[in-house]
Ligand binder design. Structure first.
Ligand SMILES: NCc1[nH]cc(CCC(=O)O)c1CC(=O)O
Length: 308
C-alpha cells in the first residue's frame, strides 16, 4: 500500500489546534507509518468577533470552511468540538468518529469569587451562551449578563482586565489547554445543564473515503458516541442549532442511558426540564422522545420567541 497522508482541516484557535494535534497523535499511535498534516484555517465564527453569536445567524459558523476544504479535496478530515457541529451535514460528508469525552461541565471562572452563589448582588458575568444565560438568570436574576466573545485566551484576558466579575467557560477547553487552575469551581449539571456534545471531540470526513474511515475507526469511543447520539437526536428534533437556550446531557449507567434536556427563555423566567431513561441501543429514539416531551411542555413557544 502506498504511504498514506491524512490532512486535517482545523480552526487556528489554540483549543482547536490542541484538538487537531490530539487527533494527529492518536492516529500516529494506531498507524505508525502514517503522515498527518494540519491545515489551519479561519471560519466565519472566528472572523466576526464584535457581534453576539446568536445574532450572526446561520448554523455551523465554526465548521463550514472546514467542510468546503474536505469537499474540494484539500483536506481529508476535520476535527471539531462536538458542541459546534450542526446536526445535519452537507451531502457526502458525515461525522464518523467521536473521541472520548473530557469533563462536560461548565466552569465558573473568577479571580475574586469561588461560586455563582458567592457573587454579590448585581455582579457582572460574561458569557455569550443563551443556554448558560438562561440557567444563571433563573438562579440569580440580579446578575448582569454581558456578552463575551473570542477564543478561550481572549475571554480570560477580558476577565483579568476587570470587565467581568466572573465568566463561564466549558471546563473541557480549560483542561485541554492546561488552564485548570483558572477554574474556581465546576457548575454541576443540576445547575447548568451542559450543551449538546460539550467536552467531546468529533471527526468529520468524506463518507466515500473508505481508507480514511478505516484509519479513523480505532479513535471512536463507544460510550461517548452513544451519549452524544442521544443528545444530538434531541437537538435535531427541536431543530436547535448551537446558539439556542437548549441543554442536553446524557449519562450511561451500564447499558442504560439517562438523558436530561432543557429549553429555557433567555431571561430565565421560564425553563422546561425533562428527563428520560432507556436502553443504549435506543439512544437516538430516546433523544427524539425527550424532544417531543419538551415540545409538548411549551418548548416550541420558548424557542420561537428566541428565534424572533
Ligand atoms: N463555543 C465555543 C466552544 N466550543 C467548544 C468549547 C469548549 C470545549 C468543548 O466543549 O469541547 C468552546 C468554548 C467554551 O464554551 O467555553
Amino acid at each position: 500500500m502506498s504511504k498514506k497522508i491524512i490532512r486535517i482541516a482545523t480552526r487556528h484557535s489554540p483549543l482547536a489546534m490542541w484538538q487537531a494535534n490530539f487527533v494527529k497523535a492518536e492516529l500516529l499511535k494506531h498507524h505508525a507509518d502514517l503522515t498527518v498534516e494540519l491545515l489551519p484555517m479561519k471560519t466565519k465564527g472566528d472572523i466576526i468577533l464584535d457581534t453576539p453569536l446568536a445574532k450572526v445567524g446561520g448554523k455551523g459558523l465554526f465548521v463550514k470552511e472546514l467542510e468546503v476544504a474536505m469537499l474540494e479535496n484539500k483536506a481529508d478530515i476535520a476535527v471539531h468540538s462536538m458542541k459546534d457541529v450542526p446536526v445535519e451535514f452537507p451531502e457526502g460528508l458525515g461525522l464518523s468518529i467521536i473521541c472520548e469525552r473530557e469533563d462536560p461541565r461548565d466552569a465558573f471562572v473568577s479571580n475574586k469569587y469561588k461560586t455563582l452563589s458567592d457573587l454579590p448582588l448585581g455582579a457582572i458575568v460574561g458569557t455569550c451562551s443563551l443556554r448558560r444565560q438562561s440557567q444563571i438568570r433563573e438562579l440569580r436574576p440580579d446578575l448582569i449578563i454581558k456578552d463575551l466573545r473570542g477564543n478561550v485566551n481572549t475571554r480570560l484576558r477580558k476577565l483579568d482586565d476587570g470587565e467581568y466579575d466572573a465568566i463561564i467557560l466549558a471546563a473541557a477547553g480549560l483542561m485541554r489547554l492546561e488552564m485548570d487552575n483558572r477554574i474556581a469551581s465546576f457548575i454541576e449539571p443540576e445547575v447548568s445543564l451542559p450543551a449538546v456534545g460539550q467536552g467531546a471531540v468529533g471527526i468529520e470526513c468524506r463518507l466515500d473515503d473508505e481508507q480514511t474511515l478505516a484509519l479513523l475507526a480505532p479513535l471512536n469511543h463507544q460510550q461517548t458516541s452513544i451519549r452524544v447520539t442521544a443528545e444530538r437526536a434531541m437537538n435535531l428534533a427541536l431543530e436547535g442549532g448551537c446558539q439556542v437556550p437548549i441543554g442536553s446531557f446524557a449519562l450511561l449507567d451500564g447499558d442504560q442511558v439517562y438523558l436530561r434536556g432543557l429549553v429555557g427563555s433567555v431571561d430565565g423566567t421560564h425553563i422546561i426540564r425533562k428527563e428520560i431513561r432507556g436502553h443504549q441501543d435506543q439512544a437516538k429514539a430516546l433523544g427524539e422522545k425527550l424532544a417531543a416531551q419538551l415540545l409538548g411542555a411549551g418548548a416550541k413557544e420558548i424557542l420561537s420567541e428566541v428565534y424572533k
